[in-house]
Write a protein that binds this ligand. Structure first.
Ligand code: SF4
Length: 274
C-alpha cells in the first residue's frame, strides 16, 4: 500500500532563520516566490486537487521559525476551510511548537505534525545557528504528548558523515514517529552547501530506516527526482511506502498523473487515508 502526500506552501520565503539547506530563508536571497499568506480559496482548491490525485494527506507548510499566534490562526483557518469541503488528513508543518499551540491545531482537526530533526545533533551546529537541534527534538516530544501523530525525518547529503547519519537515525528511533520523510538535499547556487548524496547512499539510508525504525509511513520526499530520475520506484523497493506528489515547497515536482501511472504499472495500491 502506498501513501501519497501533497504539500501546500501557505507562507513562502519569509523566514529569518539561517538553515543552510533552505531556499526559504531570506538570508540566502534565492530566487523564489515570497508571500505572507496564500489565499484560503487557493488552498482549498489545491486540497481538492490533491484528493483527486489520490493523496491521503495534505500538508500545510509555513516558512518561519515557529508556530506563533499568527501562524496558528492562519493554519487553523485553512484547516477548517479544507475540512468543510474535502475528506483528507491534514498535516501541519510550522516549525518549533509549544504544547498549547499544538493542542489548538489538534482541536481544529489537524491529524499529524511534521517536524524534521534534519540531521544529527552534532552536525546541526554546522547547518543552523539561529535555533538548536534540542529545540527541534523538544517540539517532536510535544507533538507526541498532545496526541498528534508525529512525522519526523531529515535531509541527507548535506555533507554529514556516516556517523552523523547513524546518529540521526538513532534519534529518530527514540522518537518513534509514525512517519519518516527522507529528503535529499537539492543544491542551489545561492545556498552555502553542496549535495553529497549518491544513489547508493540513498538506497542504503532507506533500507537502514526501514530496518531500524520500520515506521508506518516511510516517505520518499524532496530530492526523489534528482536522486533516482525516472527510477524512483527503486526507492519503494528499498523500503519506502510513500511519496510526495505534485510540487514541493519551492521546486517543481513530477506531474501526479505520471507518478500514479508508474505506481499502478508496478502493481502498487494507493491508500486512501493515513
Ligand atoms: S526555519 Fe524552516 S523555513 Fe526557516 S530557514 Fe529553517 S527550514 Fe527554512
Amino acid at each position: 500500500m502506498i501513501y501519497l502526500c501533497a504539500i501546500s506552501n501557505i507562507r513562502s520565503g519569509v523566514c529569518k532563520e539561517d538553515c543552510k539547506f533552505c531556499t526559504q530563508s531570506v538570508k540566502w536571497g534565492v530566487d523564489i516566490k515570497r508571500y505572507k499568506q496564500k489565499e484560503i480559496n487557493e488552498i482549498v482548491k489545491e486540497a481538492k486537487l490533491a484528493k483527486k490525485n489520490k493523496a491521503a494527506g495534505f500538508c500545510l507548510v509555513t516558512s518561519g521559525k515557529d508556530l506563533d499566534d499568527n501562524t496558528l490562526e492562519c493554519v487553523c483557518v485553512a484547516t477548517k476551510a479544507i475540512l468543510k469541503e474535502v475528506d483528507i488528513s491534514i498535516i501541519a508543518c510550522n516549525g518549533l511548537a509549544s504544547k498549547e499551540a499544538l493542542k489548538e491545531l489538534k482541536k481544529t482537526g489537524v491529524k499529524i505534525y511534521n517536524h524534521n530533526l534534519e540531521t544529527s545533533e552534532n552536525y546541526y551546529l554546522q547547518i543552523c545557528t539561529t535555533h538548536t537541534w534540542q529545540e527541534r527534538y523538544v517540539t517532536c516530544e510535544n507533538v507526541k504528548s498532545v496526541g498528534l501523530k508525529l512525522c519526523c525525518g531529515g535531509i541527507f547529503g548535506m555533507g554529514e558523515s556516516i556517523e552523523d547519519r547513524n546518529s540521526l537515525i538513532k534519534s529518530l528511533k527514540e522518537l518513534k514517529p509514525q512517519g519518516v520523510p527522507v529528503n535529499f538535499f537539492i543544491e542551489n547556487p545561492r545556498l552555502p552547501l553542496k549535495a553529497t548524496w549518491d544513489r547508493k547512499m540513498a538506497i542504503d539510508v532507506i533500507k537502514q530506516i526501514k530496518k531500524e525504525i520500520n515506521p508506518q509511513i516511510l516517505m520518499l520526499a524532496g530530492g526523489r527526482e534528482k536522486v533516482f530520475g525516472n527510477d524512483w520506484i527503486d526507492g519503494l523497493k528499498a523500503g519506502a511506502n510513500s511519496i510526495v506528489i505534485g510540487d514541493y515547497l519551492t521546486t517543481k515536482g513530477e506531474k501526479p498523473d505520471k507518478d500514479l501511472e508508474i505506481l499502478i504499472k508496478n502493481g502498487y495500491r494507493i491508500a486512501n487515508a493515513c
